[in-house]
Design a binder for this molecule. Structure first.
Ligand SMILES: [Zn+2]
Length: 129
């Protein structure tokens, strides 16, 4: 574990190398603090991974609406679409992610106008936009 913690990771966004413990985890990736802040400030642009990653993801995604999303964001989006809405608790259980992580991802997806919150008899569901 000591090794793992002290390993050097290259930020996939800017190429800068940093200690893994100083990086922020975003889905399956570790990115540097600079890029993390940058990304979360640029959420409105709906381009969370910048031009380079977007090109990579575009090859896999094939769907215009979800173009440029990370795999995790796509999984959340697909889950919600397939059920026509789900609660945060259901998504967390289904995808085995932390509430914090989910909150981040939902924020991005909301800014991309893919998902939104909806009150159903006092229970908040995440539903397709
Ligand atoms: Zn970076």
């Amino acid at each position: 574990m000591e090794n793992e913690k002290n390993s050097i990771v290259k930020c996939p966004n800017c190429g800068q190398e940093a200690l893994k413990e100083d990086m922020f985890q975003e889905g399956d990736l570790f990115i540097c603090e600079e890029c993390y802040l940058d990304i979360h400030q640029k959420i409105k642009a709906c381009d969370p991974w910048g031009v380079h990653s977007k090109t990579v993801l575009r090859k896999r995604a094939g769907q215009e609406g979800t173009e440029g999303l990370t795999d995790l964001q796509k999984r959340i989006y697909d889950l919600i679409v397939s059920r026509n809405g789900a609660t945060s608790a259901e998504i967390i259980q289904e995808l085995k992610i932390s509430p914090n992580e989910l909150q981040n991802q939902i924020a991005i997806l909301r800014h991309c106008e893919l998902l939104k919150g909806q009150d159903r008899d006092g229970v908040v569901y995440v539903v397709p936009w």
